[in-house]
Design a protein around this ligand. Structure first.
Ligand code: ATP
Length: 266
């Protein structure tokens, strides 16, 4: 995982996601109309909205799986449809989007995070396997490495998907309702960890959630952007002076050791 200093000054706050006047309709049915919004490096953005408001549609537009009918989406300064550096984006899916009968072990699932779109047939190196072990250890799931993913609790599965998303040291982490169907205590522990990662690393977060209440003290009260029933809430990074990147796995290990979070694995 990267260590060292990234460029000072404006280099710390470059746009990561830019939505300029974005509109989208399925057939003739408008879902998103004239949305303007920018997420900058190290911002924490929460995308909220009721069922059917268009949250998943907007995520698909952001990662270039759908094209807007109007306006433009840019990722790391490039038009989203031309963006190819998929390994810069980590993705944590909805828990219930995952088939529990999938016959893979925890290690295999975390390892699959190594395969960017263009690296599918690349031979994995010793260093790759080491990163997988580091990520599992950092998230407290190393003892589960040989277990079938479907045998784990919801909270444990989410840690596996977080580890999978972290193996490539992503610059942008997208979480799609990551704690749906998980009990409140485990949600607390997961969000505590997410906030720790946001505060200590140069990762930009975009999280889809119905549950803005849980982040109320962490985010600005007023939405930074709105389109229909969709709302973006943000914790901006521009008040953060330092651009120092610490080693992610090391810091997460320290986090566990300090027992900042009482129960890591549920
Ligand atoms: N492929 C599609 N073709 C036509 N309509 C679609 C398609 N996908 C989604 N929709 C419709 O677009 C609207 C927005 O859907 P979307 O899944 O983006 O909402 P959401 O906010 O993510 O909802 P949820 O919270 O339930 O996941 C819904 O009314 C949905 O039925």
């Amino acid at each position: 995982m990267p260590t060292g200093r990234i460029p000072e000054g404006p280099g710390c706050h470059q746009p990561v996601i830019e939505l300029s006047d974005v509109s989208f309709a399925y057939e003739r049915r408008p879902i998103i109309e004239h949305l303007h919004f920018t997420v900058r490096e190290r911002d924490f953005a929460l995308l909220a909205g009721p069922n059917g408001a268009g949250k998943t549609t907007l995520l698909k537009l952001i990662v270039g799986l759908l094209e807007p009918n109007g306006g433009e989406v840019r990722l790391f300064g490039e038009p989203a449809r031309r963006f190819r550096q998929r390994e810069r984006i980590g993705y944590v899916p909805q828990k219930n989007a995952f088939n529990p009968l999938f016959p893979a072990t925890v290690r295999e699932v975390v390892l699959s995070g190594m395969y960017g779109r263009h690296k599918l047939f690349r031979r994995l190196t010793k260093a790759d396997y080491q990163k997988v072990d580091d990520a599992m250890q950092a998230l407290g799931i190393e003892d589960l490495a040989g277990k079938r993913i479907g045998m784990l609790s919801g909270g444990q599965q989410q840690r596996v998907f977080l580890a999978r998303a972290l193996v490539n040291s992503p610059a942008l982490l997208i979480l799609d309702e990551p704690t749906v169907g998980i009990d409140a205590e485990t949600q607390d522990s997961f969000y505590h960890l997410i906030r720790h990662m946001h505060q200590h690393h140069n990762i930009t977060f975009l999280m889809v959630s119905h549950d803005r209440e849980r982040f109320r003290s962490y985010l600005d009260d007023a939405p930074a952007a709105e389109a229909g029933r969709l709302k973006f809430y943000v914790r901006h990074s521009h008040d953060r002076e330092d651009c120092v990147e610490t080693d992610l796995t090391h810091s997460l290990r320290e986090y566990r050791r300090a027992a900042e979070e009482p129960a890591l694995v549920r």
